[in-house]
Unconditional design. Structure first.
Length: 145
């Protein structure tokens, strides 16, 4: 799974996108305290340094409805920068396209992970054998309002 997170970091930096919210939390707008107020104390807190200064995780008994695991990453000002969500139920590529539409680009990382990216929505989804591995919601880094 570390390969997935390395790939996610590279993709989150590579293209500017608009933020897609998840469960009311919107990258670039929501604060760390707002995430904790909504979902309660996290299972784990961690520090990455750099752009993704701090992170919190909800999993196990603390998992957020619909997710096995949800990681929230914050910038140095404690604003939400990115959300990584491992879905609780199995989802297929076909289901994702049915929900989010066909306006996406697709690719494969250097490590061979397949993904589709909804650039206008700030959403990237990684797949393993046509099954969703993880959703990545990112902050707009383009400077657009």
């Amino acid at each position: 799974m570390n390969l997935v997170f390395a790939a996610l970091l590279l993709l989150s930096i590579s293209l500017p996108v608009l933020a897609k919210e998840w469960k009311g939390m919107e990258p670039g707008k929501t604060s760390k305290s707002e995430v904790i107020d909504k979902f309660g104390a996290p299972t784990k807190e961690f520090s990455k340094g750099g752009k993704l200064s701090d992170g919190i995780r909800y999993e196990g008994e603390d998992a957020i409805e619909g997710a096995l695991q949800a990681d929230f990453f914050f910038d140095m000002n404690e604003k939400l920068y990115r959300i990584d969500v491992i879905p609780a139920r199995e989802l297929t590529r076909k289901q994702v396209v049915r929900v989010y539409g066909k306006d996406y680009m697709e690719g494969t990382t250097k490590k061979g992970l397949k993904y589709i990216r909804y650039t206008k929505k700030g959403l990237t989804i990684f797949f393993e054998s046509e099954k969703v591995m993880i959703f990545l919601f990112t902050k707009d880094t383009s400077g657009r309002k």
